[in-house]
Design a protein around this ligand. Structure first.
Ligand code: DQQ
Length: 472
């Protein structure tokens, strides 16, 4: 039986900042989630991985699998850059599709300045990916298009043919997503851009994801040079996407390069790379860098807004529930009784009211990060002493329903969900977990106090096992 975590086990030794229930490799560098697929009841998660150290470079595809999105098994490296080959400088990001019963990956081969589309197919055990002899299946951008970047394929099947999007930009114009079609995943024909920005939303769009949600389509892009993630909701017709609204997918700077997956229960799930927000010497000393976000579900809200919630499976990690029902007075500061081991979840329900509710993660009274919820304007943002204030994200309150704030803390990862609509993610690095606590304050309201119900849980370690040598 699992118990409350005392330490986080790692081949690197005890590390009070190493997450216990977020996925990360045993050591070294990871970035984008890749090739997400739910295959015969098992979730497969590939990711950008550098086996040579806790820094970006020599990018391989790492691989893990899970039956419940929470507990993972590490698999052998799935893709390695080939010597003197089209992917010698890295196997960059890409996706997975089911090609008539064969899990098939489309990824970015990197050779000097060139970015190319490549194909790899899984073997029966889903361990090795075999690179296709026809690689690269697209060797260069379409002629006559002045592209800025050409990478990160997103592929699906529609009307009897394969569709592929590539992240790009059009010089002098803005971020762009290019669309190709194919009968067989090997022979591709360029069609036209799915969507082109006007420059105000970045020069280059990386890691596109495109999917139907409700009666609309959603396009996710990770934009450069801003390094934020945007979601556009709009309509898709005859290969063209017309955005109606744009929003930030997460209000923090740690959250980047998300990838979505429609699972066998038809949930639209999402993982993202959570970057480090500490300096390189600290990453180097730790021996690891980068963490995967918690799995999140994305649904369409009533106001044609995206709703983002942590996956229900995470509830299996909860332990020792404490419930606090009280009024929070203006000017009062309430410290929540979270675990001393730095792994907890807090769910807070508050009567809708005027004023601003603030949850701060404090170490010995100093805020490492704060989440501000403005109940009048219905906006929320992250603030940090180092990174300043991030932009306000909107949410809506349903009449008669409480405000709901959920926060997950995992040693150096903070993920908050406001009203299941705005997510705020940040990395923070306390000196000691025992002296780090969330505190609540309330200010500026018309009434003297805010009625609250708060639930606090310790969060167990998830399990991260090696794949057994005799695989069934
Ligand atoms: N990371 C990959 C690229 C992608 C970028 C390289 C986004 O394929 O555009 O590691 O973080």
């Amino acid at each position: 039986m699992q118990t409350t975590p005392q330490t986080t086990s790692s081949p690197l030794g005890h590390d009070h900042l190493r997450p216990g229930y977020h996925f990360l490799p045993r050591a070294n560098w990871m970035n984008d989630p890749n090739g997400l697929i739910h295959w015969q009841g098992v979730y497969h998660l590939f990711y950008q991985y550098n086996p040579h150290g806790p820094f970006w470079g020599t990018i391989h595809w790492g691989h893990a699998s899970s039956r419940d999105l929470v507990n993972w098994q590490h698999h052998p490296i799935a893709l390695t850059p080939g010597p003197e080959s089209y992917d010698q400088d890295g196997c960059w990001s890409g996706c997975a599709v089911d090609d008539a019963g064969t899990p098939t990956m489309l990824y970015t081969g990197k050779l000097h300045d060139q970015e190319m589309v490549c194909v790899a197919r899984a073997d029966a055990r889903f361990d090795m990916l075999h690179k296709h002899p026809a690689n690269p299946v697209i060797a260069q951008p379409p002629p006559g298009v002045a592209t800025v970047g050409f990478r990160d394929p997103c592929v699906w099947r529609e009307d009897g043919q394969w569709q592929m999007l590539l992240g790009s930009g059009i010089r002098g114009q803005g971020g762009a997503i290019l669309r190709y079609t194919s009968p067989d995943l090997i022979h591709w024909e360029y069609q036209q851009p799915l969507c082109v920005g006007d420059g105000s939303l970045g020069d280059m769009w990386e890691c596109p994801n495109f999917f139907a949600l409700g009666d609309r389509h959603v396009l996710l892009v990770s934009i450069l040079p801003q390094e934020t993630v945007l979601a556009a909701i709009g309509t898709y017709h005859q290969g063209i996407f017309v955005p109606e609204t744009w929003q930030r997918l997460d209000g923090g700077m740690a959250f980047y390069a998300p990838q979505v997956l429609r699972d066998q229960a038809q949930r639209q799930l999402c993982f993202a790379w959570l970057k480090e927000e500490r300096d390189l010497p600290a990453q180097s000393a730790a021996g690891w860098a980068g963490v995967m976000s918690l799995p999140r579900t994305i649904t369409m809200g009533d106001a044609m807004n995206l709703e983002i919630e942590p996956a229900l499976e995470l509830a299996q990690l909860r332990l020792n529930e404490r419930t606090i029902t009280r009024h929070l007075s203006q000017g009062e500061r309430v410290m929540l009784p979270t675990s001393q081991h730095g792994q907890w979840e807090v769910e807070l329900l508050a009567e809708p009211s005027a004023g601003t509710l603030t949850l701060a993660i404090e170490e010995n009274g100093t805020a490492l990060a704060t989440v501000e919820v403005d109940l009048v304007r219905c906006v929320t943002r992250l603030c940090a002493p180092d990174g300043g204030a991030q932009e306000w994200l909107p949410f809506t309150l349903t009449p008669g329903m409480p405000l709901r704030l959920r926060c997950f803390f995992d040693r150096s990862v903070l993920e908050c969900f406001v009203q299941g609509q705005a997510s705020l993610t940040k990395r923070i690095y306390p000196h000691s977990q025992a002296s780090t606590r969330p505190t609540l304050t309330y200010a500026g309201g018309l009434s003297d106090s805010l009625p609250l119900e708060v639930h606090v849980w310790d969060m167990l370690n998830a399990t991260f096992d090696e794949i057994p040598t005799s695989h069934p």
